[in-house]
Design a protein. Sequence first.
Lengths: 99, 187
Amino acid sequence: MIHLAGPYLLAAVLAGLGTYGVLARRNAVLVLIGVELVLNAATLLLVAVGASAGDRWAAGNVLTLFVITIAAAEVCVALAVVLAVFRLRGDVDLSEPRS
Amino acid sequence: MTGLDLAFAAVGVVAAASGLLAVTTRHVVHAALWLVVCLGSVAGCYLVLGAELVALVQVLVYVGAVVVLVLFALMLTRAPIGPRAEISTSRLHRALAAVLGAGVTVLLASVLLPLAHPVDRHETDTTVLSRELFGTWVWPFEVLSLLLLAALVAALAVSRVGARSGDVRDGAARAEAELRTARGDAS
């Protein structure tokens, strides 16, 4: 027996922390860390639903694997954009728009 | 409160605390390293919830690949070593962000917690999971491989932006010049 309040609460906390990280960071790479936390909150919810009986086709676990794959693709493209921005501007500070 | 609840509480507290440190620390590299701890303990949560393959994939893909990519990006963008205040926004902005983050947490918790109930843990073993993955979910799985290929090609194309065009200001050289000036001012 496991009570689902724990996973649900942890998912809510991780989503809040990720939102804070996205909003409170100026370095573009650190903003990505916030995005990762939000994605992990989502996958934790999926796994928690998969742990309760009755999800068909193992959907909770399979969709978690899909989200992890999409997150890897997203990080790959995002870091390429960050590197291109660094090459063009000399920094990755998001709060100073430059011409 | 069963043993599984206690185990989940232990790894969950580690995950939440390291996540908090990852988004608040003033050391750029420490943020990535705290992210390792956070993602690793989320993998522990998956183990407690009976999803062994997902936990392994989490460790392999997130801790093994994504965090290494993030560390590489930090190194390639010349992340400063040591505590820096300028990687975060201003104090007012951070306070607003904290209010919004707390609001997200409260909103999600107030929606989800009434739905929570004790369940018999349903373990998805790897045999069942792989049969479903390559049976029911085989077409989404194949489309995902196409997505990965597209992301790879796109990352290559995007990262060549600055290198190809000639009229682009050489940002890296400028950053180095700024660094040299700053060092000269300091000494």
